[in-house]
Design a protein around this ligand. Sequence first.
Ligand SMILES: NC(=O)c1ccc[n+]([C@@H]2O[C@H](COP(=O)([O-])OP(=O)(O)OC[C@H]3O[C@@H](n4cnc5c(N)ncnc54)[C@H](OP(=O)(O)O)[C@@H]3O)[C@@H](O)[C@H]2O)c1
Length: 246
Amino acid sequence: MAKSILITGASSGIGKALAFELAGKGYSLALASREIDLLSQIRDDILEESGPPAVAIRQLDVTDYEDVYKAVNELADEVDGLDIVFANAGVGLGERVGRGDFEKARRTIEVNLLGAIATVDAAAAYFLKKGKGHIVGTSSVAAFRGMPKSSAYSASKAGFAIYLESVRAELYKKNIDVTVLYPGYIDTPLNEMLKSRPFLISVEKGAEIIARLIEKRVKSSTVPVYPWNIVGRLMKILPTGVIAKM
Ligand SMILES: NC(=O)c1ccc[n+]([C@@H]2O[C@H](COP(=O)([O-])OP(=O)(O)OC[C@H]3O[C@@H](n4cnc5c(N)ncnc54)[C@H](OP(=O)(O)O)[C@@H]3O)[C@@H](O)[C@H]2O)c1
């Protein structure tokens, strides 16, 4: 049976590509981000390309925490119920420590951690009422090891991954699955300024892999699975001197 998914951060990168990927599989889509004009264009393009059952769009800043709860319920009504909520919105600001970048660090935590937690909390409230559901969240391989020049980013992604693990345990036997994704480098505006992007994959490939992992309802996975499942383990034990050069 065709499913429905709410994707935050659907105006660009992974969220946008996943919207196209799942539209092609017949999913109803609820797309949210701050840039409503971009979402409107994406909706038009999707409807022209594959005509899924429904595409709803809504302006949402995930740091407007109260509005996150309203958005989940409004979008659920618009697409006749949600099966999956994907907390994907995020920023990568390249903050440095001790260089006057505290505002970047704060913004990173507000969007990537608090905004994502609000999204998951709103989704859990909705799914608990419904009696079933699937929550998916985007962490990062940067959660495996604190990376230089993105300390708050690493912290936000590690924090969100652990939060999702707690949610999975708390919702055990409530018929609500929780999937944590740990992408490596996927070619999007978030990281295009970086000098080095090891094992880079296209955003279309990333979306295809993510769609497959969501449909399998995996508990957690790197994206792509290989080589990051192995590199991720290595990252945890590399000496600080090696990490410092990254
Ligand atoms: N690309 C990678 O290699 C990679 C690796 C690991 C993890 N990730 C994670 O994957 C997620 C998607 O990133 P991406 O690579 O697709 O980056 P992207 O192309 O920059 O997209 C980020 C999305 O997040 C939205 N967003 C940012 N701030 C928001 C806010 N306050 N409220 C609502 N939406 C907001 C943006 O939409 P608006 O500007 O319209 O609001 C945009 O749609 C992020 O959580 C990122 O940390 C990416």
